[in-house]
Design a protein around this ligand. Structure first.
Ligand code: BG6
Length: 492
């Protein structure tokens, strides 16, 4: 199957933090892939900026190395790469010292009708100043857009301050807050599954669904980001954004359309309906963990505190939560959420478990009748499996088996699975905000997360230790088993 390519209008993208990690690992490779696919029109320009003085040729060389390192070799092409690099130029801008803005203005020129994207791949501390300077130098044209990455704040107050600072210069329709999970292919498939099929929607409620699990497990540790991570922790780093966005897509009412406003309105209602986790509930509905030394990918790995070089940190590298959505559709359907670093595998999935049959007509020799579940696998092995009971084939009486209707996307479509950034960057060019986070949605997510952090702080208890390479502290298993349920394990 061939993916359809729809070319976009010519654009200029200015990448602040162009020599940083995000630019090297994600943005430059994503733009290169879209160029290679024929989606980037002639005349589109990529302007790198950072504090470092660098010539255009040096920046192109830097970008070449990044692409050779981060794009799989089967997808590299020398001629495409040369053409892509010819689109690149570089302007040094020192945001703190307020230097270089005139040079950026000259590089951009004064074609007000052209799409202009400012991608802030920098520390959030610089977002406000960059936006102010862009405004003060008259660079924010009618078709200008700004893209910001998480973390959008570390609590509700700081998120509001950041949103205010960006909003002073850019209107909300021009602000693209990235949550890269929304650009993942299977996450968009979740919407197709729910809203392009008549099958699931009548069952998608508390009368038929027993519970939902969302797991985002990583096998890596903090990977040189301990400085940022220690001030954040798993709840802020993964739950406030990625996991709550996934929860919204599972739980929201059908939006009136796929327009950004319609989607954000529905997500906001879900977040507002999340039952607050207050002091009294924090011990029964949340588990925090921190990894100790162990083994990952076959090798010995140090614990979080050793990596950090500070054995007093109470930052959680794992969190499991039981969330409740207090509305008509989801009353008494728990949403179990968990995420962590240095777990047994890299695996992200959403599991929707349906209620047990009300009565069995089979006798004991037929075996156990398992509940149906729908597994939406984000990574690796993207796809959807619907687990059903069937009869064991052949003679020998009625024996039942639990088997999946398996739609593994790689097998079914035989197309390259694009990185989330490829989709998201092109959506910014197209002016489509559907897969981005609106201000009120981000702030509402903080409204739910803040009291959990406060309650943890007040309890003064350290996170529960778990050995690297396992599924987290045993308390996380107890959290779900207390309710007579278990975390989903792949049954293949
Ligand atoms: C980022 C987090 O948002 O998502 C990282 O800051 C995490 O800590 C990453 O590793 C996970 O993304 P992915 O796409 O590899 O699952």
């Amino acid at each position: 199957m061939i993916a359809r390519i729809i070319a976009v209008e010519p654009f200029d993208i200015v990448v602040f933090g162009a020599t940083g990690d995000l630019s090297q690992r994600k943005l430059l490779p994503a733009l290169y892939e879209r160029d290679k696919a024929g989606q980037v029109p002639p005349g589109a320009r990529i302007i790198g900026t950072s504090r470092r003085p660098m010539s255009d040729a040096e920046f192109r060389d830097f970008a070449r190395k990044a692409i050779l390192q981060h794009v799989p070799s089967a997808e590299q092409s020398g001629t495409v790469l040369d053409d892509f690099l010819a689109r690149l130029s570089y302007v040094p801008v020192d945001v703190a010292a307020s230097k270089g803005w005139d040079g950026l203005g000259e590089a951009l020129g004064d074609d007000a009708g052209r799409i202009r994207i400012f991608y802030l791949a920098t520390s959030p501390d610089l977002f406000g100043e960059i936006c102010d300077q862009l405004g003060a130098h008259g660079l924010v044209t009618e078709r200008a857009r700004v893209v910001v990455e998480k973390p959008i704040g570390k609590d509700l107050d700081s998120a509001r301050a950041l949103n205010d600072a960006i909003g002073r210069v850019f209107p909300e329709e021009s602000i693209y807050r990235i949550d890269h999970y929304l650009g993942k292919e299977t996450v968009q498939n979740l919407m197709a599954l729910r809203f392009a099929n008549a099958l699931f929607e009548p069952l998608w409620n508390s009368s038929h669904i027993d519970h939902v699990q969302i797991t985002v497990a990583e096998s890596l540790g903090v990977e040189g980001r301990a400085g940022y991570y220690d001030g954040a922790g798993a709840l802020r780093d993964m739950v406030q954004n990625h996991i709550l966005q996934l929860l919204c897509l599972v739980a929201m009412e059908p939006p009136t359309s796929m327009e950004a406003a319609a989607l954000s309105d529905e997500k906001l209602k879900v977040l507002k309906a999340l039952k607050p986790i207050t002091d009294g509930m924090v011990n029964t509905t949340t588990v925090r963990g921190q990894y100790r030394a162990g083994a990952s990918a076959g090798g010995a790995v140090p614990g979080y505190l050793e990596e950090l070089g500070d054995n007093t940190s109470h930052t959680e590298t794992f969190v499991a939560l039981k969330a409740q959505i207090d509305n008509w559709r989801w009353a008494n359907v728990p949403f179990y959420l968990r995420t962590g670093k240095r777990l047994a595998a890299r695996m992200s999935e959403i599991v929707v478990t349906f209620r047990a049959i009300p009565h069995s007509v089979f006798d004991e020799s037929a075996g156990v009748i398992s509940q149906n579940h729908l597994v939406i696998r984000l990574q690796p092995d993207e796809g959807v499996k619907l687990w059903l009971m069937i009869k064991d084939p052949g003679p020998g009486g009625m024996r039942l088996q639990h088997v999946p209707l398996d739609m593994s996307f790689a097998k079914a479509f035989n197309v390259r699975n694009p990185d989330a950034y490829e989709r998201l960057v092109m959506d910014v060019v197209r002016g489509n905000q559907s897969l981005f986070m609106r201000r009120d949605v981000v702030e509402q997510a903080w409204t739910w997360v803040d009291p959990i952090i406060e309650a943890w702080k007040a309890s003064k208890e350290p996170p529960k230790p778990y050995t690297a390479g396992t599924w987290g502290p045993s308390a996380a298993i107890a959290l779900i088993e207390r309710d007579g349920r278990t975390w989903h394990e792949d049954e293949d």
